[in-house]
Write a protein of this length. Structure first.
Length: 92
């Protein structure tokens, strides 16, 4: 007599084990992904803070350049005045 194909109620132990391993590896992957995302978020916060510091430093350097240009102009004018007074004193 030929046995027909049928669905049994028994579940093989290997199937249960493989399903548990699949679920466990999925949970492990999700937790490591979460940890990596947390690290990336912390680095992004630090980078934003660093970027703001760099912008502030650029503004300060620009202001210092303007002050140096003004000081240089003032020194040039004073130097010219000193030269003129030296020439006037030499002529007399």
């Amino acid at each position: 007599m030929v046995e027909r194909w049928h669905v049994g109620k028994e579940i093989p132990l290997a199937l249960i084990f493989s399903i548990m391993m699949s679920v466990g590896s999925g949970v492990w992957y999700a937790s490591t992904t979460s940890a990596r995302i947390t690290v990336i978020e912390e680095k992004m916060i630090y980078m934003v803070s660093t970027r703001e510091d760099i912008i502030l430093l650029k503004e300060q350097v620009t202001e210092m350049k303007r002050l140096l240009i003004r000081m240089e102009g003032s020194l040039d004018r004073r130097s010219d005045l000193i030269k003129k007074t030296d020439r006037i004193g030499a002529v007399e």
